[in-house]
Design a protein around this ligand. Structure first.
Ligand code: ITT
Length: 214
């Protein structure tokens, strides 16, 4: 079975990723599972640059296929903050209850049509031959008037999805979020890239075996 490392230390992300990629013929390892203890400097200016930095760093270190996710919340009223700083916003160790309340307070009294926001996710996939591919997923929504729900992680309790009339932390099952989310969309697209790569490699191996036996 093909080993793939997902270069994340975020357990919430990892749970969702396992759920979404469930059923693929791969052995999916987090950094922790792979015994890799590394603090990667995310000094890119975009989600895409940061995802590529994470995937390529771990790919060069291990020589294996590596996926990485860079994601975050863009709030239009806050000029797209916290954006790529979502995890570092107000301090890396500040609890999300505080970060979420801060955003709710910033938007206090702001009319519904100015509360738009989106979750963005870029997944990068780095292959040992030096090629890196990225795919992006977006989930549009708006900032709730109060913190609601306990499912998911991070900013889920303030991210309201009008179509489902609840926040992503209130979705009745994790399956629902993992069907419609920014991460699900990006991962679905990356899955296609991985399947194509694996098919090509299988074919090359068969050709090799064929030419070896001649
Ligand atoms: P890794 O770099 O180790 O993967 P991280 O948490 O630092 O973990 P990012 O730099 O990509 O990851 O920051 C993503 C942040 O964006 C995350 O910590 C949450 O605050 C927020 N976020 C992303 N996706 C989210 C989701 O589905 N639900 C809630 N918050 C999310």
């Amino acid at each position: 079975m093909k080993r793939i490392i997902f270069a994340t230390n975020n357990e919430g992300k990892m749970d969702e990723i396992r759920d979404i990629l469930n059923g693929m013929e791969i052995e999916l390892l987090s950094l922790k599972d792979a015994g890799i203890d590394i603090d990667i400097k995310e000094n890119g200016k975009t989600f895409e640059e940061n995802a590529v930095i994470k995937a390529e760093t771990v790919c060069k270190l291990t020589g294996e296929i590596v996926l990485a996710d860079d994601s975050g919340l863009e709030v239009d009223y806050l000029v797209k903050a916290p954006g790529i700083y979502s995890s570092r916003f107000l301090g890396e160790d500040t609890p999300y209850s505080v970060k979420n309340q801060y955003i709710i307070d910033k938007l206090k009294g702001i009319e519904d049509d100015k509360r738009s926001a989106r979750f963005v996710c870029v997944i990068a996939c780095s292959f040992p031959d030096g090629i890196t591919v990225t795919r992006t997923g977006i989930l549009e929504g708006c900032i709730a008037k109060e913190i609601s729900g306990t499912n998911g992680f991070g900013y889920d309790p303030i991210f309201y999805v009008p179509e489902y009339n609840c926040t992503t932390a209130e979705m009745p099952t994790s399956e629902l979020k993992n069907k419609i989310s920014h991460r699900a969309k990006a991962l679905k697209a990356i899955k296609e890239v991985l399947l194509e790569y694996m098919t090509q490699h299988e074919n090359q191996e068969i050709e090799h075996e064929g030419s070896d036996s001649k």
